[in-house]
Design a protein around this ligand. Sequence first.
Ligand SMILES: [Fe+2]
Length: 378
Amino acid sequence: MLSFIKQPYLQWPTHDSMTVMWETSSDASSLVTVYETHRVHATGTGRFLPVDSSVRAIEGPGAASCVHCVTISGLEPETSYLYQVSSKSKNGESCESDVYPMKTAVVEETPFCFAVTSETGGTCNDTYNREVFHQIRLHRPDFLMVVGDSVCKGSQYSEWNRYFFTPAQDLLTTTPFYLVPGNHEENSDWFYKFVHYPEPKNYYSYRYGNALFVGLDSTQIVEYVDGKPRLVEGAFEPGAPQFDMLTERLKETDAVWKIVFFHYPPYVSADYQVDEMRILCPILEQYGVQVVFNSHTIAYERSHPIRRDSLDLESGITYVVAGGAGAMQQWFHHKRAWHTAHAIARPHFVQVVIAGTRLELQAIDFEGNLFDKVLLEQ
Ligand SMILES: [Fe+2]
């Protein structure tokens, strides 16, 4: 019997396109049906039915496969659609998903909201994953940013469902996610199979509303040798792919907000601070990045605006460690007065609302309690 191993999930939203992925139990064809409608009948059970819709069916390219990836183009900006996926195997078995809503990326002047979490696999314990993903879903972000360690052992296939795709299923059917690799993804083939980002996939940039986002693969910049981090020679200097991508995107952008995210934290008052990552800071400071999201340390910490290791209220960067789905209180060190604005070990996610020149950041725990809040203005 053909069945879903991964329910449909959304990738890489743009003004006029969306990519839908899913996984089936055996090789099968790929079909996405899009309902273009402004009227939706919500059944009250979490299911949606399109009303008065025009229907467009898009077939996946190439041979039958277990991992399906279909890009829908020709959509309108910041517009909601309904979609449904289906697959059929050679012997005639088929499966069909429920109908889910999706929304294309907003235009420049429109406010939007995104959520940040990580470490759903970093503790190798999935106790809080469902609660964290459930809370994110309740707060209805436009997209989700995952700052690495989504799984415990990324090279093992079953880990991806256990730690990420299954507990996040109800969120991912409606909410695109961006994942940058941490050490627990193990640079595995599964990471590259299960995400649809521009090549080489492990680092990228995208524009959403009036913000530029740059995601980096810090595991290719710093490596652990005998348990200690050290810079990979030549990995972050002019001519190195991630250095060039980061500097070029920051230099050329007209975005109001510049947000960078990568796994290893240059600043955290706890175990697993990776001092070597401060090699990035002069570039981030030079080009006016306002907020950096990191993980690796399983706790929450928001810095004051800092520049050159000092408080700088005018042009400092706010570093946020959003080590979400766990709580390692025992990893904390003494706070540095110039650095720490708020730190607590509690399973959580971060919600960011951007409206023009205002950015509101909220930290919300796995039970839905707000425990930190800051407003940044340009
Ligand atoms: Fe990590």
